[in-house]
Design a protein. Structure first.
Length: 142
């Protein structure tokens, strides 16, 4: 398992996920990959499926995939999101993360991007009365 964030940073990221999901039926996950071998988006898609993120009811999950050793990351959404949103929809979040990453503020960049993802998701996928948390809020590692 890769150790990248300090425990208190992990807690802040998990709290950001929980807060983002309060206003949307969308689901957000963060994954850190050690020894990422392939092209970053392809690896993110593979991880998305391995984590079962494609099984949400509205197909509205978002994965923030980090490969710290390679200094690369990707943000991808599921079919339900991609059918409604324009290409490069996550560019603002990528730019925000890059800005913070360049300053070494990795956890802050991830937390702020999660907040923005939640705000965007609530426009297209507002919170529903019968909403359940379909995916874990913790950070996954491999």
């Amino acid at each position: 398992m890769i150790k990248f964030f300090k425990p208190e940073e992990e807690e802040r990221i998990i709290e950001a996920i929980r807060k983002a999901e309060l206003n949307t039926s969308g689901e957000v996950r963060v994954h850190l990959e050690a020894n990422c071998k392939g092209e970053i988006v392809r690896e993110a898609v593979r991880t998305f499926r391995r984590l079962g993120m494609h099984k949400t009811k509205a197909r509205n999950a978002v994965l923030i995939f980090l490969a710290p050793e390679r200094r690369e990351f990707a943000i991808i959404g599921d079919k339900g999101i991609n059918e409604q949103l324009p290409e490069n929809f996550w560019q603002e979040e990528r730019d925000l993360m890059l800005e913070h990453f360049r300053q070494g503020a990795f956890a802050k960049g991830v937390c702020e991007a999660i907040g923005q993802v939640g705000e965007k998701l609530k426009v297209f996928f507002p919170y529903q009365q019968d909403d359940t948390n379909e995916l874990p809020d913790d950070i996954s590692y491999s």
